[in-house]
Ligand binder design. Structure first.
Ligand code: BF8
Ligand code: SF4
Length: 635
């Protein structure tokens, strides 16, 4: 165990076991990669055509342009645009998988139902659809048609999901910059085109195109996915459970869901409950479903399923020797998992046509065969339990209580116990009077370059100590859950006096008999749209542009292209967006300056890079204080 690996005690306890079991982990492979390529780290290498690869010498007397003449500025900007477009593509693909599901559910062609009719009507109303006199199914089909009409849009009309959900002041800013996206697929296609050899050579134009991809991500990815998932599976409300590897139970069949799209994991939760009897017959006390990464967040938020761990420790979950099956769908699944699973009895199961891993079992999942696939997977887990090797089992005894399920609707619900007529007022009043200094959204991943969870936890502790309300999603939420920042005790222990008073008052009014947690878990990475909705609602209430609000965002440990897209969207919303890991842009002073300063003049938001947690907290609070001052609020 090396000190830089993790602050998570369960991880620290398991790493020596991984080594003695002969398992290579992400940290071993990271070490083997040292030193990482300096050109790649700075973003100055290009492989966009077969004359390359080309690389720029950023410091010495080597080449200052690629073979075609592309400068460092162009290469860095092109690479960033491709990364952000790839992140957007992942979210848009996810969202439209769920649109497909809603269509087939409304036509009663698959065994999924519309769970949240209120949300359906709210989404339909936002799209200006006539809602009276229609059944849920009829309305759902119209909503689906609206979603598909964005993909079928070959004209100049901006994306509907954006136009019906984004703050009006922001839409005007984006329109003036010419970055309103039309059709998500077309925009992603255009980004690939724009960055091929012999295309755009203007770094400013390329950075604006990157901002446009942020909007594609925010509305045709995140917002669309959350809307569809809430309609199908329900809008989350508060749930209480536990987080960290200690939730695994040695005498249960442990089945982990890992990935992002809840279409399969919801079915697995359902069938695991139904097939408990079969687990008893196999000698277990039952079946425990738990989650990793964002599909874990999805079933946590709606079903109260416990969280096992976040991105960096996915291999270590298997190293416990207590995981009978791990089923994966899409995104953030380390290809190493099949090798790790091979060291234990664990059945690793892939399910999607675009995610196959040699060595894993493959149970094809389709909307039509969802129940059959889920049943088969649960039974595979039960069968695998009978082959468990007790000598290899070691479950670290670390778990923390968490309260999750804070959709915007749930937050408004809690606030309305304080002021039923005007629910947002108590929150706004406390921001105005300074009990709450501001709001920071912490989002995104773990990154092996950072001691796992350390930046999330240190940053957030400092923020809440200074009365900043924190909302979180993704692997950031996992990190904060594991650190005990998502329960009422966390408020007592870590929140500043002003914040504590507000959280206690709301908790009492809502009948919890305890304060709300100091960090509100708002869901998976696509659920960053919920944070967008909250910001949009606060801006509308105060009648100001969201760029003026004392609100900021932070991805302390980002690794995925999706995190870069989400961050870009946050910047387009006018938020200062902190990154705790330097993205590969430092090879171009011009691009780095545009992202961290130049964009502010035109879009309001900016990236803020700081790798030290306490300095980042100070920087974010300075930003919040400056915004408060501009609004005439005490700072
Ligand atoms: O979509 S936070 S490591 S799991 S990319 Fe992946 Fe990053 Fe985790 Fe969720 Ni989001
Ligand atoms: Fe080199 Fe230009 Fe080809 Fe990139 S596009 S590999 S810089 S020649």
């Amino acid at each position: 165990m090396k000190s830089y690996q993790s602050i998570d005690p369960a991880v620290i306890e398991l790493l020596p076991k991984a080594a003695s079991d002969g398992v290579e982990t992400v940290w071993d492979r990271y070490e083997a990669q040292q030193p990482q390529c300096g050109f790649g780290s700075l973003g100055v290498c290009c492989r966009h055509c077969v004359q390359g690869p080309c690389r720029i010498d950023p410091f010495g007397n080597g080449p200052k342009s690629g073979i075609c003449g592309a400068s460092a500025d162009v290469i860095v900007a092109r690479n960033l645009l491709r990364q952000v477009a790839a992140g957007a593509a992942a979210h848009v693909d996810h969202a439209y998988d769920v649109v497909d599901a809603l269509e087939l559910a409304a036509k009663e062609e698959i065994n999924y139902t519309i769970t949240d009719e209120t949300k359906l009507r709210q989404v339909a109303k936002g799209l200006n659809l006539e809602i009276s006199g229609k059944t849920a199914e009829e309305l759902a089909l119209e909503v689906v048609e609206a979603a598909y009409s964005d993909l079928a849009n070959h004209g100049k009309r901006p994306v509907k999901w954006l136009m019906s959900n984004a703050p009006k002041e922001r839409i005007a800013v984006w329109a003036s910059l010419g970055i309103l996206p039309r059709n998500p697929d077309r925009e992603i296609r255009e980004a690939l085109h724009q960055t091929t050899m012999g295309m755009d050579g203007d770094p400013v134009n390329l950075v604006l195109a990157t901002a446009k991809q942020g909007l594609v991500d925010g509305y045709s990815g995140l917002k669309l996915a959350t809307d569809m998932q809430d309609i199908l599976f329900g809008t989350p409300s508060p749930v209480v459970t536990e987080a960290n590897l200690g939730i695994l139970k040695e005498d249960y069949v442990n089945l982990i869901v890992h990935g992002h799209v809840p279409l399969l994991s919801e079915k697995i939760v359902y069938w695991a409950a139904k097939l408990q009897e079969e687990a008893l017959l196999a000698g277990a006390k039952g079946i425990l479903v738990s989650g990793i990464c964002c599909t874990g967040n999805e079933v946590l938020m709606r079903k109260g399923i416990p969280l096992v761990t976040n991105f960096l420790a996915q291999e270590l979950a298997i190293v416990t020797g207590a995981v009978d099956a791990m089923v994966v769908d899409v995104q953030c699944i380390m290809p190493s998992l099949s090798k790790v699973a091979a060291c234990y009895h664990t059945e690793l199961i892939t399910t999607m046509p675009i995610v196959k891993l040699p060595g894993a079992a493959h149970v094809p999942f389709t909307l039509e065969n969802a129940d059959e696939a889920a049943k088969e997977i649960v039974r595979k887990a039960i069968f695998s339990y009978t082959h468990r090797d007790p000598k290899k089992v070691h479950v670290p005894n670390y778990r923390r209580k968490i309260m999750a399920g804070f959709s915007v609707e749930a937050i408004i619900g809690a606030l309305s116990t304080v002021n039923p007529a005007d629910p947002l007022k108590p929150l706004i009043d406390n921001i105005v009077n300074g009990n709450i200094l501001g709001v920071v959204a912490t989002v995104g991943c773990n990154n092996v370059k950072v001691t796992q969870d350390s930046l999330h936890v240190e940053l957030v502790k400092e923020l809440i100590r200074n009365n900043v309300l924190v909302v979180a999603t993704g692997c950031s939420a996992h990190a904060l859950a594991k650190a005990g920042l998502m329960n009422p005790e966390g408020t007592e222990a870590y929140a500043g006096e002003g914040l504590k008073a507000v959280l206690t008052a709301i908790g009492q009014a809502a009948g919890l008999g305890a304060p709300l947690p100091p960090v509100l878990h708002m869901g998976s990475c696509v659920d960053n749209s919920r944070i967008g909705d909250l910001v949009t609602a606060i801006a509308a209430y105060l009648k100001v542009d969201s760029a003026l609000l004392p609100v900021a965002a932070s991805a302390p440990e980002p690794q995925h292209e999706k995190a870069l897209s989400i961050g870009t969207w946050a910047v387009t919303m006018g938020l200062t967006t902190h990154l705790g890991v330097v993205p590969p842009v430092l090879g171009s002073k011009a691009v780095a300056e545009l992202l961290t300063q130049g964009l502010t003049d035109v879009i309001g938001g900016k990236f803020y890079i700081e790798t030290d947690a306490l300095k980042a907290a100070q920087g974010l609070m300075e930003d919040i204080r400056a915004k408060r001052k501009k609004l005439g609020l005490p700072s």
